[in-house]
Structure formats: structure tokens, C-alpha cells
Design a protein around this ligand. Structure first.
Ligand code: SAH
Ligand code: SF4
Length: 354
């Protein structure tokens, strides 16, 4: 089996299916089987002629992702560990109704999906980068995380955040291909404004994302309000410094009528000073951005610590006093290693039983 971005049936757009299956209504039959009825094989597509089913099976793979482990219960954050067809492990997190997450405060269910196996960016606080980068996920592997979580939890998903393992904008084409399928009425049908891409700050791709037509939301992992602090914990800042990043954010917001979000993990003695808060407030104000503060989640093998509750609240208060819309995320999944990459790391360092 080849492993190009388009080799799997769930990586294709409706248009592409139309050129493969004649007459063209066959393409809609196929997408109905894939995304509405959600079958697991070509053989189950019973209203397609046998020859077409055989041709599809010969030309395309129909991969699955296997759920290896689920942690958490139905009223808390649930974490899903998946095994891909080549044996690699990835994870997704299902976050129940939450007042302080992405999208509007409501009863929405949010899924956080992975975009790569591992991550090449090596942020100093993050479990996903600890073992380096292995490969990009293909579009079907991104789409399948959503389908598998909906099936396993028996719940529909309203919001998608690309905040799991990996840097989505370093896998731009496959992520956008997946988003087309997630967004399309013939696919999973989730509105673009309910889809958020989080990036550590890849400047050229932020610009490109601004130029494409979908109104996807953007979250930028800032985690430092000066080059000094940011470069210490995020090596990517040495390539794209703060001023070039903020410039790209300005370009993005000039093209899209929406506010972006700055994510900011609070780490004691690293980025939690009053001075950082004031500088962060300035950056946020100049872009009319929202700020989402995230208390650092402990990662085995790393010795950062989260600031005290008092310190966290003071940081939040300084932002708000400057007129910035800011939230402090209540950690919902610490007990189940919900910070990105942690579950996979645990699993790889112990023995995984299928
Ligand atoms: N690569 C992209 C998206 C995945 S990482 C990016 O960096 O934006 C996304 C988020 O994972 C980070 O912004 C942060 O919110 C979270 N994260 C990573 N390590 C964490 C930790 N130790 N504690 C809390 N959150 C963490
Ligand atoms: Fe990669 Fe994002 Fe983790 Fe940084 S925070 S190592 S970019 S996944």
C-alpha cells in the first residue's frame, strides 16, 4: 500500500470522487456511506455496483484507527489513545461542556486532535516533542480521530481544536485536506468557525491560512511576551521572532473578520512575572486578541512547575485591568495526563496492551 496523502478513501474530496465514479451521483453515495452511515469497508456500500466496489478496493486503502485505551469518564475530559495502521500511537482528547475553552461558552463538546506523530519543534514544556518527530498524519488519520471518538463516546462533536500532538501548520496540506472533509456538508459538517488551529508560530503558514477562504479560527501559542522569554522555552522563536509573529497575526486578522486567541502556559519563574503580563496585555490589545491562560501541567521528566493559584490570578487580573479579554483555564484533565503528548509518552514508556 502506498502512503501518499490521497491513497486512502477518507482523504478524498467529493470532487475527486466524482472524477472516479460515474455517474457522478455515485460520489455522493460513497460520501454518505463514509460520513453519514460510517461503514468500515467498501463491501458494506451495498448500493454501489460490485465492479465499482472492487475498483475502489483495488485503488484505495480503507484504514481504521484502533482505540487502544480510553481514560476518563463521561462527565470529565476523556483521552483516547489510538494505534495507526503502521503501529504508531497518537491521541485525541474529548472535552465536555466547558465555560472557558474555545468557541462560545455552552454545552458544546470539543475534540482536540493530533496532526503529527511526535513533534519537531521541541518546546521545553511539552511532552509531544520529547521523543522528536516521526511523521505527518494523513488526512484520513485526522478525520478518523473524530469518527472514532464520536463512535466510542456515542456523542456528537461540535468543536474541533488542532491542539493535540504535532504542529498543524507544519503539516499544512494534509491538515487543510482534512478540514475540507470535516467542514463539508457531504462530510462531517462542522462549521469553519468551530474549527481552531493552534500553532507555535509558523509565520509563512499563518499568512497562508489567512489567505485561504475558510473562516477557521486561529490560536497562537505565545507562552512568552518577549523574545528572551519565548526563545528560552520555544526554539521556534529563534526562527520566527515575536515581531514577525505578531506581524503575521496582524495580517491574518486583517483578512479574517475574527479575533485570534493567544495561548499562554503559566510556568513559575519563567513567564509569570508582572512585566510579562503587562507586555502580553499590550500585544493582545494591539491585535484585539483574547488570551487563554493555561496553568502548566506537569510532564514526567521535565522540572518546570506551575505558579501558585494566587500568582495565576494576579497574572489574569493584570491582563483584565488592561482591558484584555482573558480566561484562566481550569485544568480538567490533569489526572489523566491531558496535556498534549503525555498519554502517548506514558504508553510508549510502558508496555501497551491492545
Ligand atoms: N503545536 C501546536 C498545537 C499543539 S500543542 C502549538 O504548539 O500550538 C498545543 C497546546 O498544548 C499548547 O499551546 C498548550 O496549550 C498545550 N500544552 C503543551 N504542553 C503543556 C503542558 N505541559 N501544560 C499545559 N499545556 C500544555
Ligand atoms: Fe510541538 Fe506544540 Fe508541543 Fe511545541 S507545544 S513541541 S509546537 S506540539
Amino acid at each position: 500500500m502506498t502512503a501518499s496523502a490521497e491513497s486512502d478513501i477518507k482523504s478524498l474530496q467529493l470532487e475527486e470522487l466524482r472524477s472516479l465514479a460515474q455517474p457522478s451521483y455515485r460520489a455522493s453515495q460513497i460520501t454518505d456511506w463514509l460520513y453519514k452511515k460510517r461503514v468500515n469497508s467498501f463491501a458494506e456500500m451495498t448500493d454501489l455496483p460490485q465492479v465499482l466496489r472492487e475498483k475502489l478496493a483495488a485503488d484505495f486503502s480503507f484504514e481504521r484507527i484502533d482505540v487502544v485505551r480510553v481514560l476518563g469518564s463521561s462527565d470529565t475530559t476523556r483521552k483516547f489513545l489510538f494505534r495507526l495502521s503502521d503501529g504508531n500511537l497518537i491521541e485525541a482528547v474529548l472535552i465536555p461542556a466547558s465555560p472557558a475553552l474555545y468557541g462560545s461558552p455552552s454545552d458544546r463538546r470539543t475534540i482536540c486532535v493530533s496532526t503529527q506523530v511526535g513533534c519537531a519543534y521541541g518546546c521545553k514544556f511539552c511532552a509531544s516533542g520529547l521523543d522528536g518527530w516521526k511523521r505527518n498524519l494523513r488526512p484520513n488519520e485526522i478525520v478518523n480521530q473524530i469518527i472514532a471518538v464520536e463512535r466510542e463516546s456515542r456523542e456528537g462533536i461540535d468543536n474541533i481544536v488542532f491542539m493535540g500532538m504535532g504542529e498543524p501548520l507544519a503539516n499544512y496540506n494534509n491538515v487543510m485536506r482534512a478540514i475540507q472533509i470535516i467542514n463539508a456538508p457531504w462530510g462531517i459538517g462542522i462549521g469553519a468557525r468551530h474549527i481552531t488551529i493552534s500553532t507555535s508560530g509558523l509565520v509563512p503558514q499563518i499568512r497562508k491560512l489567512g489567505e485561504q477562504p475558510l473562516q477557521i479560527r486561529l490560536a497562537v501559542s505565545l507562552h512568552g511576551a518577549t523574545d528572551g522569554v519565548r526563545s528560552r522555552i520555544m526554539p521556534v522563536n529563534r526562527k520566527y521572532n515575536l515581531s514577525s509573529l505578531l506581524e503575521a497575526c496582524r495580517y491574518f486578522t486583517s483578512l479574517k473578520k475574527q479575533r485570534i486567541t493567544f495561548e499562554y502556559i503559566l510556568i513559575a519563574e519563567v513567564n509569570d512575572s508582572d512585566e510579562q503580563a503587562r507586555k502580553l496585555a499590550k500585544h493582545a490589545q494591539s491585535l484585539d486578541a483574547m488570551v487563554n491562560l493555561i496553568p502548566y501541567n506537569n510532564v514526567e521528566g521535565l522540572d518546570w512547575i506551575r505558579p501558585s493559584a494566587g500568582r495565576q490570578k494576579r497574572f489574569l487580573a493584570l491582563l483584565r485591568a488592561a482591558g484584555v479579554r482573558a480566561t484562566l483555564r481550569r485544568e480538567k484533565g490533569e489526572d489523566i495526563a491531558a496535556a498534549c503528548g503525555q498519554l502517548r509518552l506514558q504508553a510508549e514508556r510502558t508496555v501497551v496492551n491492545a
